[in-house]
Design a protein around this ligand. Structure first.
Ligand code: ATP
Ligand code: MG
Length: 421
């Protein structure tokens, strides 16, 4: 018999981990609710062309990371590698852009065929926020604030916010020419990846992970020097708002997000604890994308946080064990049905109940109850049943003075009253 294994880079999330995930997701939902955001859920599978156009053919994601295939009707499909393109498609398709500004969040699995390592998986999860129809620099500051405050609310230390501006398309055109000329002069010193990008996507070379390239680039022209006055003022304004909000930031003039449609604000939140996978949150303004995907021209900005990286940062101590209210000990052929009936009644009254299925000696079951996180234990023994009785004991030091209650098994109200203490 074959022992089936998960596909590489697509790990299971086990009960020991899901508590932590749920806590992060709960905090995120709550945080976004307070920020007035609405949730959107889009399908995992979309037309391949959406990502080709929405992310760009010259990006690593589209070029070599997508899970694409033909479905049984020969339609080219792709498992979503990120959330933005799908959300843009959804707001266009469903006419949400006619209903005023949209401030949305999403959460879910994404798929990229990459080399798996810590903080880099093939099925990974992103929580993201997108604003549509807001062009003012105030919205850039607000969306950054939402990410920054959420990460801080989780108690993560050692984060830094890096910001840059990519200016307008015109600013970038001027700069791109200068950069390409500079890069052509040092072509022989570039690595293979950067040489390839020089033709397809020269700005993305600035983003190279190769330290040698990064050192060289210190001498390269910077976009900042090619900005129009208007773009520069906008960027200065962002910095002044962030200072007002007391959100510390660093300028990173080499921060370019990979996609051609990004403009003005680009930002990342970096951790000093994650080695090569340092970026926890990446985002930027993308004012031309909606139009590019067939909608009406709509200024937009968004970010995405990688859940796996977040969970590495939070560590194992983050989850608070969910506690059970009641542990039911039961022994005897006829008793176990009564135990199940009782468990059901108590659950319907909104308490959590763990039912012992072992049939082992009461003392053994008691040991397990003590090890569980339950606050109360209810004991149904064979003899008890003949008296129509259950015993209720507290496992919680809070109720130490209460030794034991005896209740009629049918007197659910009495039982509920006790475990509500
Ligand atoms: P990187 O440079 O690390 O590959 P990226 O620029 O490809 O990141 P984005 O597309 O901006 O990443 O995605 C936003 C966030 O999603 C990243 O900052 C990261 O936290 C997370 N992320 C991206 N790819 C992966 C992956 N393969 N596994 C886990 N998390 C990921
Ligand atoms: Mg990547």
């Amino acid at each position: 018999m074959t022992n089936f294994q998960t596909l590489r880079g697509m790990p299971d999330l086990l009960p020991s981990q899901t508590e932590c995930w749920q806590k992060v997701e709960d905090l995120a939902r709550n945080h976004f609710l307070r920020a007035g955001l609405k949730e959107i859920r889009t399908p995992l599978l979309e037309q391949t062309e959406l990502f080709n156009r929405g992310i760009g053919e010259n990006t690593d994601v589209v070029g070599k990371e997508m899970y694409s295939f033909l479905d049984r009707g020969n339609r080219p499909c792709t498992l979503r590698p990120e959330g933005t393109a799908s959300v843009v498609r959804a707001v266009i398709q469903n006419g949400l852009l006619n209903q005023g500004a949209q401030r949305l969040w999403y959460n879910g699995p994404m798929f990229r065929y990459e080399r798996p390592q810590a903080g880099r998986q093939r099925q990974f999860h992103q929580i993201g926020v997108e604003f549509f129809g807001l062009s003012s620099v105030r919205s850039d500051a607000e969306i950054i604030t939402i990410a920054w405050d959420f990460l801080n609310e989780l108690g993560i230390q050692g984060l830094s916010l890096q910001i840059n501006t990519l200016g307008t398309m015109d600013d970038r055109k001027k700069y791109r020419k200068e950069l390409v000329t500079w890069l052509e002069n040092v072509f022989d010193f570039l690595d293979e990846d950067s040489q390839r990008k020089l033709k397809s996507n020269p700005l993305r070379i600035l983003d190279s992970k190769n330290p040698k390239i990064q050192e060289m680039l210190d001498e390269a022209p910077v976009l900042m020097d090619y900005l129009s006055n208007e773009s520069e003022q906008r960027f200065l304004k962002l910095q002044s708002i962030l200072s007002k909000l007391k959100i510390p930031f660093q300028l990173n003039l080499k921060l370019v997000r990979g996609l051609d449609y990004y403009c003005h604000t680009a930002f990342e939140i970096i951790s000093d604890q994650l080695g090569a996978q340092a970026t926890v949150c990446g985002g930027g303004r993308y004012d031309t994308l909606v139009e590019q995907l067939g909608g009406i021209s709509t200024p937009s900005i968004g970010w995405a946080i990688g859940m796996e990286r977040l969970l590495i940062l939070l560590g194992d101590d983050f989850s608070t064990k969910t506690s059970t209210d009641v542990y039911i000990i039961n022994r005897g052929e006829d008793v176990y049905i009564n135990a199940l009936v009782l468990a059901r009644e108590i659950r319907l009254a909104n308490f959590s109940v763990e039912l012992d299925y072992s049939g082992s000696a009461i003392s053994k079951q008691f040991k397990r109850a003590n090890k569980s996180s339950a606050s109360w234990v209810i004991i149904l023994g064979e003899n008890d049943l003949s008296n129509d009785e259950v015993r209720i004991k507290s496992l919680n030091t809070k109720h130490e003075n209460i030794k034991q209650h005896i209740s009629k098994i049918t007197d659910i109200n009495y039982i509920i009253n006790i475990i509500s203490l």
